[in-house]
Design a protein around this ligand. Structure first.
Ligand code: NAD
Length: 555
């Protein structure tokens, strides 16, 4: 790589800082966001190829994936070529060949590719946020946070790799270690190195289409592995935009191979492949468990046990006791439940509130929820659409179940999304066709109810009453998931209890249960929320390496 000066660029993890979020109250940022959205309009409807070993492939697989704007169903974001088994095999083979060279590229150099990519995304953050707004339905703030997290992953894993490649402290022996046969003592030098695994299959979800895709890919390649990257079929255009960056920084061909397509068509093939060394998956519980099971079956010719990193769904919640700051608790309940329309794995879809303050918190939550405006993400409404027709039907179906199980307080129906109509000086609103559902709140939901147990992944919040704080925490734990949770209280003894007994991978005290920051809140869940790999944490890269211990006699 031209101009690579490893000696001067080495940075350790202590120098990591999170990418600041944009302030859209600033008119200049607002202007730049609008400009970026306007220029993306001219890019819509293009066709995107596969990228295998650095070559662009326009396949004859029919039909192409059509990526729609979920906030405006008539708007086509792009057409994406799909991968069949033959091309999946080509991509895998390319990754196998590239691995032989990439695995010996010095760690510093691999890390430098990541920081170069971060620099480019940072310089073009409005453009990346624009694609996220249009393809995934995030509002400006959520899209900016997704871009910032992608930058953070690149910067953080680059620094983690520098640290991982540095010498590790080991003990030394000063006596004869062979008990049976006398040999004179000789000193030895020992070392521990972390070497890559091989070819990894990366399967990101649609809901953080930049951040999670970038994070899992960056972690895999910076540790010396090569990747077959199958993005979500719902957000393959934004994934392609990241591939353009990898081309721009001159990442060697075959290190990352981009093969968009449907999970149910090529997923099993990639997972089962005997040359797949690891699978890095983030997505639903059902798919994660399927991958976990299939990966454990040894295929003819397979020489290893496949490593599976599977981060899955959540049924997260906010617990509020009677000593809490109730305004803050209500605000955090609403933000956790309805941010990005509840389509975060960390979404706080359950609020569990102590009886004595239940009515007060409920009224506050309802008042705040009523203020949320629903409309086109490009026009930055607080609540946008759910991601597609399937999600739309699923959430409406859960609403029907909720009507049987509990009592509907707010929403509970599809709603017309709004968009800004700019006519002359005045700004008016008009209706836009998208997958919009009114923010919905149910009460009288009990722990055994479906709405309390199943991940809904939409703008639906349930309220549950508990006798006291201990029962509230007990209710919180009564799901098979264990991803995020928040406890609102001012009682130190109870907070200490929550530290130990709220069983989730990411616990927040007097905060919302969403918005984990790379390096600050390493992220991953317990139980059916996955393998708790703690993305954005100090141990994450270990999942993509194997440790080799070397001892050398010094004569
Ligand atoms: P999904 O499980 O439908 O898909 C995830 C990825 O797996 C996609 O790329 C998809 O194409 C692929 N896939 C689908 N079937 C496959 C198969 N048989 N074999 C291999 N790959 C297959 O999930 P989604 O709808 O994209 O994402 C939403 C889910 O992700 C939610 O459950 C959410 O909670 C979870 N999620 C979890 C985290 C976390 O860190 N725990 C983060 C974000 C999202």
């Amino acid at each position: 790589m031209a101009g690579l000066q490893t000696a001067t660029m080495r940075k350790n993890i202590d120098t990591f800082q999170n990418e600041p979020f944009l302030n859209f109250g600033n008119p200049e940022n607002k202007r730049q966001m609008k400009d970026a959205l306007a220029s993306i309009q001219k890019e819509l409807g293009k066709t995107y190829p596969l990228i295998i070993n650095g070559h662009h492939f326009y396949t004859d697989t029919d039909p192409l994936i059509t990526s729609y704007n979920p906030g405006n169903k008539d708007e086509v974001v792009g057409y994406v070529h799909t991968t069949d088994i033959a091309n999946a095999e080509r991509a895998h083979h390319a990754a196998q060949l590239a691995f032989e060279k990439w695995k010996v590229v010095p760690a510093d150099e691999r890390a430098f590719y990541l920081t170069k990519a971060a620099d480019i995304i940072r310089a073009r953050k409005f453009e990346f946020a624009g694609w996220l707004i249009i393809e995934s339905g995030k509002n400006w703030r959520e899209a900016d946070a997704d871009v910032a997290e992608a930058i953070d992953f690149l910067e953080y894993y680059a620094r983690s790799m520098y640290d991982l490649a540095s010498p590790h402290k080991l003990s030394s022996v000063n006596h004869n270690i062979d008990n049976d046969v006398y040999t004179p003592f000789s000193p030895e030098a020992s070392a521990l190195t972390y070497i890559p695994l091989g070819v990894g299959v990366c399967l990101p979800p649609w809901n953080f289409p930049l951040a999670i895709l970038v994070g899992m890919t960056a972690a895999a390649i910076v540790t010396g592995n090569t990747v077959v990257l199958k993005p979500s079929e719902k957000t393959s255009v934004i994934a392609y935009k990241f591939m353009e960056i990898l081309e721009e920084i001159g990442l060697p061909p075959g290190v990352v191979n981009y093969i968009p397509g449907y999970g149910h068509e090529i997923g099993d093939y990639l997972v089962d492949h005997p040359q797949t060394r690891f699978i890095s998956f983030t997505g639903s519980k059902a798919v994660g468990l399927r991958i976990f099971e299939r990966a454990s079956k040894t295929q003819p010719g397979q020489k290893w046990m496949k490593r599976v990193v599977a981060e899955m769904g959540g049924k997260d919640g906010v617990v509020v006791d009677e000593t809490a700051d109730l305004d803050r608790a209500a605000r955090d309940i609403v933000v956790s439940a309805f941010g990005f329309q509840g389509q975060k794995c960390s979404a706080g879809s359950r609020a569990i509130i102590v009886e004595s303050v239940y009515e007060e918190v409920k009224e506050k939550v309802l008042a705040l929820t009523k203020e949320l405006r629903v409309g086109l993400p490009s026009d930055n409404y607080e609540i946008g659409p759910v991601c597609d027709d399937i999600a739309y039907e699923r959430v409406l179906n859960y609403i029907e179940i909720g009507k049987q199980e509990g009592a509907l307080l707010l929403g509970g129906h599809p709603v017309d999304g709004k968009k800004q109509k700019h006519s002359g000086e005045s700004e008016q609103e008009e209706v836009v066709k998208g997958y919009y559902i009114a923010p919905t709140v149910f009460e009288k939901i009990e722990p055994q109810h479906t709405l309390f147990q199943e991940e809904i992944f939409g703008p639906l919040l349930t309220l549950t009453k508990a006798e006291d704080w201990e029962e509230a925490i007990n209710f919180f734990n009564q799901t098979e998931y264990g991803l995020t949770g928040a406890f609102h209280s001012s009682d130190e003894h109870r907070i200490q209890h929550a530290y130990h007994y709220m069983h989730c991978g990411n616990l927040y005290i007097n905060k919302k249960c969403t918005g984990a920051l790379v390096g600050v809140h390493p992220f991953g869940g317990f139980n059916m929320s996955g393998t708790d790999s703690k993305a954005g944490g100090p141990d994450y890269l270990l999942h993509f390496t194997q440790a080799k211990s070397i001892a050398r006699l010094i004569d």
